[in-house]
Design a protein around this ligand. Structure first.
Ligand code: ADP
Length: 797
């Protein structure tokens, strides 16, 4: 078995190619190394080398006296004093040979035999500042210049007034090649760091949007970007990239001044903001330095270049503070929280020290290269840390989602389980109320009715709350008539207020448009909640509902519904807590008033989901006004008119006889595993005189329906062995069954969002939620029964 495995790995057709590739690589490396050692340099053959200009120089004093001078070197000169140096050019100059100067902050004039060959002064092209910025200057020579006298005049308003840098001689290309060799790596490093830091910034921005949390990495990315721009703006190649390098050079100083802030912010955030107070010092210093320094430079009081030592103080302060806190954390064993970043900072520190040593002892290694590598190292470590943090966040998020889903599922199941018995209680009680003639029993039954409705309301609240918490509550929008919404709410308010010394008032603006697009049920839920609270928390007096609107745009209006009561009111200090979940105020005082403290929280969250708001004003002991604002799209601008009339009309309708039809020929089948539900349905349908068959399982339903055609089948969803959906599928698939295309209505205690769509999707014709309400049940039967079977009662028309 092992052998055959080995064979499959090593004996593939491309094995020989792999072998040839490996041998070739080894041979090429050997070739390069051996010949580089054995054969001599070719430099001598093609002389493209650029050389230091090493002729003798003389300093010309004002009185004409001449003194020998060292180039590179320094002569004594005051700020602004013009220094003149001369030299005799070599006797054998070729055409195209070039001299290259790099004056520091100096204005320069170059003459050959008294003839001006170059003048450098940026007075007219720089934004501000007293000196011309550093730049490579090239003076191209010809054979005719051989042995002539070169005069170099310069002046500066800075400490560099007497400085002379290296002068190079060679053709232009060889001078640039020399610069590539000495500072190309640094240049490439700065470009790569710029790109990397911008990339990091973009990624952190995207991650911040995704995870909705701030990522400290963005501050480090800013730090690295500033360092990289500083390195680039100091680069030898800057004059190849930018047309006006005077603009660029100011960036060097601003970058240096700004670096401490994002660096310290980053480290502080990684250290969980423990050392904010300490870090305030370097950050305040850097900020003040930035403002004052810029002011001094712009108004030419003190040049940026003169401010460098003060800028370094800011950098040093922040680096010392960072090193100090990290070392302190290491002692306190807190470094393990951010050990990766700690290593990164120590790495940067090592490179910074190395950089300084190289600067003082080894001038050929260009400034910033090693530091750049240190920065890159820190950035990589910071990226690793961010990755680790995000993994933890992601894990926590997944766990939270799983926990929330489990909770929502548990609540949905629990609500289903509790609804089933309540359904039976309410239904059975309804039958007692209908059939009973004894007053005492009727009283008991009314009490059972109100208690079980309370319990049902409570379950609905808890379910809504959990759905909102887990983000599962979806608004179901459709066109609705505001009149009927208000009418239902007012009826409920009146019913609740009945028996209490409370008068109810309704003031509806008559110009209110009548039809809107929105979630009618949820708006009704919000309004009835506020109305029933008003009645609940008012002992005597009045409750007034006012409805008006404000135009928002062409399509939308803001519906404003305010409920004012003369109740117990709310203390000022309690007002901010009133919309919190599970928050009941003055529990001692309100002990006898039932509630969960969820109603207002749900109402607030629902209105917020509709992009509206609820506000409350209250005077303790006098009463409260809750105002609901919901933006709604108007579907019909026809005025609503007088609500009172329509409410009264509705009241008359309510007193109409309860039974609307009989259908003695109609065949109905009810499938439910719960005996009580079966007898409840039978009881509810008794007065319609329909022929009702009852079965206890999907299996029995399939048996019975084989030979008998039913006009409507009511099918419970959750049943053991074969559930309602499976039974329906079998029924629909069995084309020989006379009921395969018949009307099947789902009966369920399932009350989660999107239920109706779900059941229609399964293939049911309709969906009826438990507890079954007699009027809804009858209405649905009327809709689906063949008309010739139905005897409508005259009074009901
Ligand atoms: P509850 O189920 O307790 O009524 P709500 O979320 O609807 O829960 O209300 C939260 C609390 O706000 C109530 O317990 C009550 O103390 C206070 N409250 C709500 N409406 C009124 C009102 N109209 N007058 C006085 N207090 C009110």
């Amino acid at each position: 078995m092992n052998n055959s495995n080995k064979g499959s790995i090593y004996n593939t057709p491309i094995s020989p190619i792999k072998m040839v590739f490996s041998i070739s690589v080894v041979l090429i490396i050997l070739y390069s190394v051996v010949y580089s050692i054995v054969l001599p340099d070719e430099k001598e053959i093609i002389s493209t080398d650029c050389k230091l200009y090493e002729e003798e120089w003389e300093l010309v004093l004002d009185n004409g006296e001449r003194l020998p001078a060292q180039v590179p070197g320094k002569v004594d000169a005051e700020f602004g004093e013009v220094v003149t140096l001369t030299t005799t050019l070599p006797p054998n100059i070729c055409n195209g040979e070039t001299l290259c100067f790099r004056p520091i902050w100096q204005d320069v004039d170059i003459y050959i035999d008294g003839q001006k060959r170059l003048s450098y002064n940026t007075k007219d092209t720089r934004p501000f500042g007293a000196n011309s910025t550093m730049r490579y200057l090239f003076v191209e020579l010809t054979e005719a210049d051989s042995g002539k006298v070169l005069t170099y005049q310069f002046s500066s308003d800075s400490k560099y007034a007497g400085n002379m840098q290296n002068v190079y001689m060679g053709d232009r290309a060889s001078i640039w090649i020399h610069m590539v060799k000495t500072s190309g790596l640094r240049f490439l490093l700065s470009l790569s760091l710029i790109m990397l830091s911008i990339f990091c910034l973009l990624i952190t921005m995207i991650l911040m949007r995704v995870y909705k949390k701030a990522l400290p990495l963005s501050y480090l990315a800013w730090t690295i970007l500033l360092c990289a721009v500083w390195m680039l703006s100091e680069s030898d190649f800057r004059q190849l990239l930018f047309d006006n390098i005077s603009i660029l050079t100011n960036l060097t100083y601003w970058c240096l001044m700004l670096i401490p802030c994002p660096l310290v912010i980053y480290i502080n955030e990684v250290q969980s903001n423990r050392y904010s107070k300490l870090y305030m010092f370097p950050m305040t210093y850097a900020t003040v330095m930035l403002i004052v320094g810029t002011f001094l430079q712009v108004f030419e009081i003190v040049q940026f270049v003169q401010q460098v030592p003060f800028i370094h103080v800011g950098l040093a302060m922040s680096i010392l503070a960072i090193i100090g806190t990290i070392t302190f954390d290491a002692f306190k064993k807190r470094l393990r929280e951010y050990v990766v970043v700690g290593i990164g900072v120590y790495g940067l520190l090592v490179t910074a020290v190395l950089e300084m040593l190289l600067y003082y002892y080894e001038t050929t290694l260009s400034l910033g290269t090693v530091l750049g590598i240190g920065l890159l190292f820190l950035l990589i470590m910071a990226i690793i840390k961010t990755g680790q943090d995000l993994l933890v966040t992601e894990k926590n998020k997944q766990e939270a989602i799983a926990a929330r889903e489990a909770q929502a599922k548990f609540l949905a199941n629990m609500s289903h389980e509790i609804r089933t018995p309540i359904n039976a209680i309410i239904g059975m009680n309804e039958m007692i109320l209908r059939e009973n003639e004894d007053d005492t029993i009727e009283d008991y039954a009314h009490n059972i009715q109100s208690a079980s409705k309370m319990l049902l309301g409570l379950i609905n609240d808890v379910l809504d709350f959990s759905k909102i918490e887990s983000g599962q509550l979806e608004l179901v929008e459709d066109t609705y008539h505001l009149g009927s919404l208000l009418q239902d709410a007012v009826l409920l308010m009146n019913a609740r207020a009945a028996g209490k010394p409370i008068s109810t008032h309704v003031e509806v603006e008559s110009e209110l448009p009548s039809k809107y697009w929105g979630d009618e049920l949820r708006i009704k839920q919000i309004l009835t909640n506020i109305l029933s609270n008003a009645v609940k928390y008012t002992k005597e007096g009045s409750v007034t509902l006012k409805v008006s609107h404000k135009p928002l745009d062409k399509e939308q209006v803001m519906l404003v519904m305010s409920v004012t009561d003369t109740g117990i009111g709310i203390k000022k200090e309690d007002l901010p807590k009133i919309f919190d979940g599970f928050k009941r105020l003055e529990i001692d005082k309100n002990r006898n008033i039932q509630g969960t403290g969820l109603g207002l929280n749900i109402a607030k969250q629902l209105v917020t989901q509709m992009r509206g708001d609820i506000t409350v004003e209250s005077v303790y002991g006098k009463g409260s006004t809750f105002t609901i604002y919901v933006p709604q799209k108007v579907m019909d601008r026809k005025h609503l008119g007088n609500l009172k009339d329509s409410v009264n009309a509705n009241r008359r309708e309510q007193t109409a006889p309860e039974i609307r039809f009989t259908a003695p020929q109609a065949q109905i089948l009810i499938v439910d595993d719960n005996n009580m539900n079966l007898s409840l349905m039978k009881g509810l349908l008794k007065r319609t005189q329909m022929q009702v068959d009852l079965v206890k399982s999907g299996q029995e339903c399939l048996e019975l329906t084989k030979d008998k055609k039913y006009d409507i089948i009511f099918m419970d969803h959750m049943m053991p062995e074969m559930d309602g959906v499976e039974a329906l599928n079998f029924l629909r698939a069995d084309t020989g069954n006379p009921n395969s295309t018949g009307v099947v209505i789902a009966l369920t205690a399932n009350a989660i969002a999107g239920c109706r769509e779900m059941y229609l999707g399964y293939g049911f014709n309709e969906y009826l939620s438990k507890p079954i309400q007699a009027d809804k049940l009858e209405e649905m039967i009327l809709q689906y029964l063949p008309k010739d079977l139905v005897n409508l009662r005259e009074e009901a028309l």
